[in-house]
Design a protein around this ligand. Structure first.
Ligand SMILES: N=C(N)NCC[C@H]1O[C@@H](n2cnc3c(N)ncnc32)[C@H](O)[C@@H]1O
Length: 441
């Protein structure tokens, strides 16, 4: 898991990592006059306060209330625009060599996997790590003499499980970060060098000496797709997986549920109502913008926060999924409210399945939802701008769209559209809502 750009609720030690907030502070102090920016790519605004633009449009930026959303003007229309879609327009004659930032942000990304913090977090996650161990254990007989690729092996834990619990002919452990040199030491330290070969490099670029029978990877990010490491897995599948080979995980599902989030709402919004007997409610619009614009990663939803039964909104088949499918993935949902309560938002989590190498063998499942052992991913909470009371029998239906950022290739925007239909016959009130959540650019 990797927090490329930290959400508003980042912890103190994470705040020192480069994030747009830091970049915004580093930009020269502006003198308040609007600045001209050029759109790197087109954007379709959602809601009344965002403006749409096309690639190449010149926008006048009047204010930068946050690192994610700026207040800008285009052809007389003013509204919020996503800062990541804009680049400064070089002044006339000024030779501004704008250092084009890597859209994959690989320096930060692989740089952070070169330290132990994230590997310790992943290895300390027993649910995650034991699930992969169970996959190897339950397929140990079929893995005999097989050629395996472990994509993004990190410290090599999956490769070591393969060598320790089964007898594959070889495991190619591919790792792009500097952790690879330590992974080699761990392989040797555990007497697995006969079976495990560590290759340092990006999976898309390294050369394997042969095709593989099994491609295994732990690629899942927050809300399943964040980091978009899945693209590397699909490219490796197409290039290195034998016809009839097995990919682990074999499938992935994203699950959604309408939920209450009383304590989070109280902590970030209700707090301003009467702090120390004073009325701080004029700050609530700021709180909404700052705390509810982005999803909340690592949210732990209690089962009784769920207002309905959850619903799988996306199902990905790792054998047929194509890289271009990742640009925009749509899902639908229909929930029946089981108990009256307050709809503060929606919570998402994922489940992956590992099919058995033996025909008819049992699949292994890794479920990161509230009814399973917690994992380091926990769940992802999408807070609505305003809570809505809902009643048993109401229905909540709508769509979820995961739209990959056309510029920052590890990021996406999650857009929710919902209709709340009251069940009481005498009122035909149907509340409609929509909100887009940048993750993170
Ligand atoms: N969300 C996750 N599971 N992240 C695990 C990412 C692990 O895979 C490594 N990794 C990610 N993408 C790649 C890639 N294309 N090639 C090789 N290693 C990769 C990364 O350095 C880290 O050790």
């Amino acid at each position: 898991m990797f927090n490329l750009i930290f959400p508003g609720n980042q912890t103190a030690d994470e705040s020192k990592r480069l994030s747009p907030d830091t970049q915004a502070e580093e930009e020269e102090e502006d003198d308040g006059s609007p600045e001209e920016y050029v759109a790197r790519s087109g954007f379709t605004g959602s809601g009344s306060d965002q403006i749409s633009f096309s690639s190449g449009d010149r926008l006048l930026v009047h204010a930068k209330p946050s690192s994610q959303w700026w207040w800008a003007e285009l052809r007389g229309v003013i509204g919020y625009v996503p800062a990541g879609y804009l680049r400064k327009d070089a002044a006339e004659g000024e030779e501004e060599e704008e250092e084009e930032e890597d859209p994959w942000q690989d320096d930060e990304y692989f740089g952070s996997y070169g330290t132990l913090r994230l590997h310790l977090e992943m290895l300390s996650d027993k649910s995650r790590t034991e699930a992969y161990r169970q996959v190897i254990l339950s397929n140990c007989a079929s893995l005999r003499n097989k050629v395996v690729m472990d994509l993004g092996c990190g410290t090599g834990i999956i490769s070591l499980f393969c060598a320790q619990l089964a007898q594959p002919s070889v495991v190619y452990a591919v790792e792009a970060s500097s952790m690879a040199e330590y992974t080699r030491q761990l392989v040797k330290q555990n007497g697995c060098e006969e079976v495990v070969t560590v290759l340092q490099g990006r999976a898309e670029e390294i050369e394997l000496p042969e095709q593989v029978d099994v491609l295994v990877s732990e690629w899942m990010g927050n809300c399943l797709l964040f980091e978009f490491m899945v693209e590397s897995v699909l490219l490796a599948r197409d290039r290195w997986l034998k016809e009839g080979g097995v990919i682990w995980p074999s499938s992935a599902a994203l699950t959604l549920v309408p939920c209450q989030a009383d304590s989070y709402y109280a902590e970030k919004m209700a707090f301003w109502e009467r702090p120390y007997g004073l009325d701080f409610t004029p700050l609530q619009p700021l709180a909404q913008q700052e705390f509810f614009t982005k999803p909340k990663f690592s949210h732990l939803i209690e089962p009784n926060d769920c207002l309905t039964a959850p619903c799988d909104v996306l199902n990905l088949d790792m054998y047929t999924l194509q890289v271009q499918d990742l640009e925009e993935i749509k899902g639908q949902f229909h929930f029946c409210v089981e108990k009256s309560g307050v709809l503060h938002g929606f919570t998402a989590w994922f489940t992956v399945h590992f099919e058995s190498l033996e025909t008819g063998g049992a699949a292994v499942e890794l479920n990161t939802g509230p009814n399973s052992e917690p994992t380091h991913w926990k769940q992802t909470l999408f807070m609505l701008d305003r809570p809505v009371s809902v009643y048993a029998g109401d229905s909540i239906s709508g769509t979820i769209v995961l739209r990959r950022n056309p510029i920052w290739r590890r990021h996406m925007t999650v857009t929710l559209h919902w209709n709340i239909n009251s069940c009481t016959e005498d009122t035909d009130n149907c509340q409609v809502g929509t909100k887009s959540f940048p993750m993170w650019r």
